[in-house]
Design a protein around this ligand. Structure first.
Ligand code: OSB
Ligand code: MG
Length: 396
């Protein structure tokens, strides 16, 4: 018998610990309402892995894998994440079952990278644990606010006029910060036009690593536009050039892709490679590492905010919970379900108030009901991994 079942698990459960019985992965296809263009490509449909963690009591926790379809944002992809979860994460959990959500990361600490794959499972376990305790996930994580502030990320558009229309719509909807995607040749003129039309709104740009230090003239021009931040201008691994750039501009650099761990954050801050951090649950490996980065940033007075990866309601719900933590002082990329999806997989969908805020839910766990039937109807493949000597069972 493998550890995690039978006697060991039984006695652990009496002490209030977790007793994972099975993980199920379901991949769904979700067409976006509008194509989302970044400097690395255009996304028209998301392929999303939903992870379900089943406890022996029958309770279910949900996580969402934020890996993109192709390895363009980072090295991960949907297919690679699926393989890593089934082929590496599940066997490791089976041989070293976590006794709590907080202990989960330790069970997998020997895996290099692949943090979106890990986060999908870890976050399902956090949801499960909060449900077992009957408390909202945001409280379980130590959240300090019931209302979070939100902004939007607006992709590259066909023309400046179309961009202006999109910004107008989101400003009218009440979003507190507008972020524009930029890429070489589509940067200064976008910011110029939005500033000219909307004046002193809270505005930022996100380059998704599309520039080098040779583009200093672009950053100098952007520096005159009172941006809240310039997000991830240079290559993910290039902290040194980010530090050089930060010395040349007044505008805060915010790192997204570069920060995959607490260690990355420590090193970035040590050399002043950024003055703001975008924390994405997937990119850093789940709630535990996200919390560590938030704590570090708070101790150094570095503002953080919650980034997005075009998530469904499950990932959005986890983002909302994380953004209730102290230190998340800037509006996150956590917008309404309706901006992306005709029909979200949670009930009710994520809604944003006219003042650009979202209320943290009061129900147990992620606090949103997951629409199992809808997931089944959107499902393109599924696989379950029972934590027992039986091998993985391949589904539809
Ligand atoms: O860099 O923040 C990013 C979407 C996909 C990949 C990377 C990013 C984004 C976004 C969208 O900016 C944020 C959202 O989910 O609303
Ligand atoms: Mg980004």
């Amino acid at each position: 018998m493998l550890p995690g079942l039978g006697g060991i698990a039984g006695s652990r459960n009496k002490m209030g610990g977790l007793n994972l019985r099975q993980l199920t992965l379901r991949e769904i296809g979700m067409p976006l309402k509008h194509a989302f263009e970044t400097s690395f490509g255009v996304t028209t449909e998301r392929r999303i892995i939903i992870v379900e963690a089943l406890d022996e009591s029958g309770a279910l926790g949900y996580g969402e894998c934020t890996a993109m379809e192709q390895p363009l944002f980072n090295h991960e992809s949907v297919d690679a994440a699926w393989t890593v979860i089934i082929g590496s994460i599940c066997p490791m959990l089976s041989s070293m079952p976590p006794t709590s959500a907080a202990a989960f990361a330790n069970s997998l600490s020997s895996i290099r990278g692949n943090r979106m794959a890990i986060a999908a499972v870890e976050n399902a376990v956090w949801d499960l644990e909060a449900k077992l305790r009957g408390i909202p996930l945001w409280k379980h994580l130590g959240g300090v606010r019931e209302t979070i502030n939100t902004g939007v990320s607006i992709g590259l558009q066909k023309s400046v006029d179309v961009l202006i229309e999109k910004v107008a719509k989101e400003v009218d909807a009440g979003y507190q910060r507008i972020k524009l995607k930029i890429k070489p040749g589509h940067d200064i003129k976008l910011v110029d036009a939005v500033r000219a039309r909307f004046g002193n709104i809270l505005l930022s740009v996100d380059a998704n690593s599309a520039y080098t230090l040779d583009d200093i003239s672009v950053f100098e021009a952007l520096d005159d536009h009172e941006l809240l931040m310039i997000e991830q201008p240079l290559q993910p691994g290039d902290l040194i050039d980010h530090s050089k750039l930060q010395k040349k501009i007044r505008t805060s650099i915010c790192l997204d892709e570069s920060i995959t761990s607490l260690r990355d954050a420590e090193q970035a801050l040590e050399i002043d490679a950024c003055r703001i951090i975008n924390i994405k649950l997937g990119r850093v490996g789940g709630h535990t590492e996200a919390k560590r980065i938030q704590e570090l940033a708070l101790s150094k007075n570095i503002p953080v905010w919650c980034g997005g990866m075009l998530e469904t309601g499950v990932g959005r719900a986890h983002n909302i919970a994380m953004a209730t933590l102290e230190g998340f002082s800037l509006p996150g990329d956590i917008s309404a379900s309706a901006r992306y999806w005709d029909e979200d997989i949670v009930e009710s969908p994520v809604v944003v108030s006219p003042d650009g805020t979202i209320n943290a839910p009061s129900g147990p766990g992620i606090g949103f009901e997951v629409r199992d039937d809808l997931i089944d109807s959107l499902c393109t493949r599924s696989e379950s991994y029972p934590f027992s000597p039986a091998k993985a069972v391949v589904g539809s």
